[in-house]
Design a protein around this ligand. Structure first.
Ligand SMILES: NC(=O)c1ccc[n+]([C@@H]2O[C@H](COP(=O)([O-])OP(=O)(O)OC[C@H]3O[C@@H](n4cnc5c(N)ncnc54)[C@H](O)[C@@H]3O)[C@@H](O)[C@H]2O)c1
Length: 229
C-alpha cells in the first residue's frame, strides 16, 4: 500500500480547507462524512484528530478511491509563412522589421555563407543592425548533437533572450539542427527559417518537426520534437 498522509499543520482557515478535503475524499462514504463534519463543527474534534481519522478512513477504503488521473494538454502550434524576394537586398525590410532589437542572431549553412556572405554583410552595414553569425557545415552526417551543442553554446555566449528570434538560413539539415536547438534552449525560443534548397522551401520550412540523428546513425528524427514555437 502507498502511505497516505493528510496535512496536519494548521492553516489560516483550517475549517474551510478541511471541509473541502472531506468533501473531495469522502463522497463515497457520505454517512461517515456527515458525522465527521458535525463533530468538527461542534468543536468535538481538533484539526489533528480529524486528520488522523481521515487518514484512517482513507486507508480502510483505499481501494475504493480513485487514485490515478490522466492530465491531457494540447499545445497550439502556429506560425506565419512569408514570401520574401531578395531578402538580403537592403531595400527589403523583412529582416530589419522583425523586432525592435538592434541585433539579429543568425545560424547559417556554410555553403550559403560562402555564396552570400558579402551580400549579408552589406545588408547589415546598410541597415545598421548588429549581427551575430554562427556558420555551420551542414552535411547530413553533421546533423548531430555536437552541432546542437555548438548552437546552444553560441546562444549562451551571446546572451540570447527568451523571446529573441533566431534566424536560421540553410537547407533542411541546417533548419532541423537549429529548430531542435531553439526548441530545447530555455524550453523553447522563437526562430525564423529561411530555406535555401528546394526541399527546404517545400517541406522542412513548413513542417513542425525538428530533430537530429543520434550517435552517427543516419536515421532521421531519431531524436527530435514535433512542435516548435
Ligand atoms: N523538418 C522537416 O519537416 C523536414 C522535412 C523534409 C526533410 N527534412 C530534412 O532535410 C534534410 C535534407 O535537406 P536538403 O535537401 O535541403 O539538404 P541539405 O540541407 O543537406 O543541403 C544539401 C547541400 O546543399 C547545400 N546548400 C544549401 N543551400 C544551398 C544553396 N542555396 N546553394 C548551394 N548549396 C546549398 C548544403 O550545404 C548541403 O551541402 C534531411 O536531413 C531531412 O531529414 C526535414
Amino acid at each position: 500500500m502507498i502511505p497516505f498522509t493528510f496535512p496536519t499543520a494548521r492553516r489560516t482557515d483550517p475549517m474551510t480547507s478541511h471541509m473541502a478535503a472531506i468533501d473531495a475524499r469522502f463522497k463515497a462514504n457520505n454517512h461517515r462524512r456527515t458525522a465527521l463534519l458535525a463533530l468538527l463543527e461542534h468543536g468535538n474534534l481538533t484539526d489533528y484528530e480529524l486528520a488522523d481519522k481521515m487518514n484512517e478512513e482513507f486507508m480502510m477504503d483505499y481501494d475504493k478511491f480513485k487514485r490515478t488521473w490522466t492530465v491531457k494538454t494540447e499545445l497550439p502550434v502556429q506560425f506565419k509563412l512569408t514570401y520574401s524576394a531578395d531578402i538580403f537586398n537592403s531595400s527589403n525590410q523583412d529582416i530589419a522589421s522583425l523586432s525592435d532589437s538592434n541585433r539579429r542572431i543568425i545560424v547559417i549553412d556554410s555553403e550559403v555563407w560562402d555564396l552570400y556572405k558579402h551580400k549579408i554583410n552589406d545588408y547589415f552595414d546598410a541597415t545598421k543592425l548588429e549581427s551575430q553569425i554562427l556558420v555551420i557545415d551542414c552535411k547530413e552526417e553533421n546533423k548531430n548533437w555536437k552541432n546542437v551543442d555548438r548552437i546552444l553554446d553560441f546562444f549562451e555566449q551571446n546572451g540570447v533572450l527568451r523571446r529573441e528570434q533566431i534566424i536560421a538560413i540553410g537547407g533542411g539539415v541546417l533548419l532541423d539542427i537549429v529548430g531542435f536547438a531553439c526548441s530545447i534552449y530555455r524550453r523553447g525560443i522563437p526562430y525564423i527559417k529561411i530555406p535555401t534548397t528546394l526541399l527546404a522551401i517545400v517541406d522542412a520550412s513548413v513542417g513542425s518537426k525538428v530533430g537530429v540523428n543520434h550517435i552517427g546513425c543516419l536515421v532521421a528524427w531519431l531524436v527530435g520534437l514535433l512542435l516548435h514555437c
